[in-house]
Design a protein around this ligand. Structure first.
Ligand SMILES: C[S@@+](CC[C@H](N)C(=O)[O-])C[C@H]1O[C@@H](n2cnc3c(N)ncnc32)[C@H](O)[C@@H]1O
Length: 247
């Protein structure tokens, strides 16, 4: 099924999608369950990218983690026995929506390995540096940026999108990206208009449009010292899952 984050049931369910201008949908996982993405990702991913049998901690950052369901499912997918080896793998989920983060914190089943903070990734990120310092690491080993780029792009423009990519590249060794395709931008803008709201500030003036995944890849490879090392295929919503590595 190709989808642009919302279908009519989703719209009905949350009553007012215009109230989620950052993609901060309160029931996102009833429509896009973690399995949609996890089924494409090997459980051996951490070993595959060189993070196994380490004495050092392995740090995962989940940017725009919503209510944390995918973060927790992703962690359990990669770390089969959190109690025995989980102390070495830590995941930090962040989201700008405090309500979603509260839910993520309240339902977190792995308190010693997973934590959630409310943070706008486009603003100051001192908290990320603090987290890295706490674990004596200089960067995250793996950063997830799934279904977030469009919201930053629509709300902060082309420069906001490119800054996001540069920032994530600067703090990560590996980056797993799922960029929403351009048709999703049109749908998001159309939904706002239907509600009688004005367009996203930047929608009409965006120069980066068309093949968004390609633009993301070009920026990461040309300007951020990253290289595409694997494509995990397309999700149930027809989006590419791309893995980049610092070269
Ligand atoms: C469509 S949801 C995707 C959730 C999750 N990444 C996933 O793929 O299952 C997008 C999330 O990104 C968050 N978000 C958007 N802009 C953000 C920003 N500038 N900083 C942090 N989170 C942001 C939203 O609040 C929302 O929860």
């Amino acid at each position: 099924m190709a989808s642009c984050s919302l279908n009519s049931a989703f719209v009905d369910d949350i009553n007012d999608p215009g109230a989620a201008p950052y993609g901060n949908f309160i029931n996102y996982y009833t429509f896009n369950p973690p399995e949609n993405r996890l089924s494409l990702i090997p459980t051996t991913l951490l070993q595959d990218i060189g993070y196994s049998d380490r004495h050092q901690p392995t740090l995962i950052l989940d940017v725009g983690c919503n209510s944390g369901e995918l973060s927790v499912a992703f962690y359990k997918h990669l770390v089969q026995e959190p109690e025995s080896d989980g102390s070495k793998v830590h995941l930090l989920g962040l989201d700008l929506d405090e309500g979603l983060i509260q839910r993520a914190q309240q339902t977190n089943p792995l308190l010693s390995n997973i934590s959630f903070i409310s943070l706008d990734i486009t603003a100051a990120t001192d908290q990320l540096q603090d987290y890295l310092n706490q674990h004596s690491c200089s960067s995250f080993h793996l950063c997830l940026c799934l279904a977030v780029t469009m919201w930053v792009h629509l709300n902060h423009g082309d420069s906001g999108l490119l800054q996001l990519l540069s920032r994530l590249a600067s703090i990560s060794q590996h980056l797993l990206m799922e960029a929403q395709p351009w048709k999703c931008y049109r749908s998001a803008a159309r939904r706002l208009r239907k509600l009688g709201r004005s367009d996203f500030d930047h929608f009409k003036t965006l120069k980066i449009r068309g093949d968004i995944a390609k633009c993301v890849r070009e920026h990461l490879e040309r300007h951020c010292g990253m290289k595409l090392i694997h494509s995990f295929g397309r999700t149930a919503w027809d989006r590419k899952l791309l893995l980049f590595k610092k070269s």
